[in-house]
Design a protein around this ligand. Sequence first.
Ligand SMILES: C[S@@+](CC[C@H](N)C(=O)[O-])C[C@H]1O[C@@H](n2cnc3c(N)ncnc32)[C@H](O)[C@@H]1O
Length: 214
Amino acid sequence: MDIVNPALEDYLLAHASPSDDILRDLVEETHQLEPGTTMQISHDEGEFLTMLVQLTKASFAVEVGVFTGYSSICIARGLSEGGRLLACDVSEEWTSVARRYWERAGLADRIDLRLAPADRTLRALPSDEAVDFAFIDADKTGYPTYYEELVPRMRQGGLIVLDNVLRGGRVVDPSAQDEADRAIRQINDTITADSRVQSVMLPLRDGVTLARKR
Ligand SMILES: C[S@@+](CC[C@H](N)C(=O)[O-])C[C@H]1O[C@@H](n2cnc3c(N)ncnc32)[C@H](O)[C@@H]1O
């Protein structure tokens, strides 16, 4: 199911601020890998992330799901002076590509990569409300856990962004019942009912939720 009419989607993509050589090369290199660019966020979503990080004036951000580093670059670029991004993933292979591009983008010194299951990395974070911005884009069955670990650690006004919350429209298809479908429906319902956050779901690419800690 198309979330947005494909012609309009192309039009939207063409009307975000232009990309740059680093991100273009990263897309091209990722295209050669086995999963290709299917897991990578799109250019307009990347611009949106940078803008959100800037608007929240974030200095400590957490990313769950690095892959080859596209979203990490977009988040790290938006951080305020001296800001840090804690980037969680389990793949040495894919994040080795990310590391090269972080270096090239001059961002390597502001990104801490943790190669471990993200639930473990998040649980090990201090419980004070220090996180300004978080982006969740990893294994879908983990979303409920990542969200629950992050909410108490967000500062007031901090923003959690979740990707793929529409799962290509599967969320409204009653026959779509795999583990990931159920986890995404669960987290979508949890967030809507969660009085700790103010939330909105946007039809950007595969669906993006913004949850702002009250
Ligand atoms: C959709 S991709 C992330 C795409 C990335 N945000 C980008 O812009 O290119 C999902 C990533 O989550 C990682 N992942 C899967 N299970 C994980 C887990 N339990 N903990 C941390 N990362 C995990 C995968 O290795 C993969 O790199």
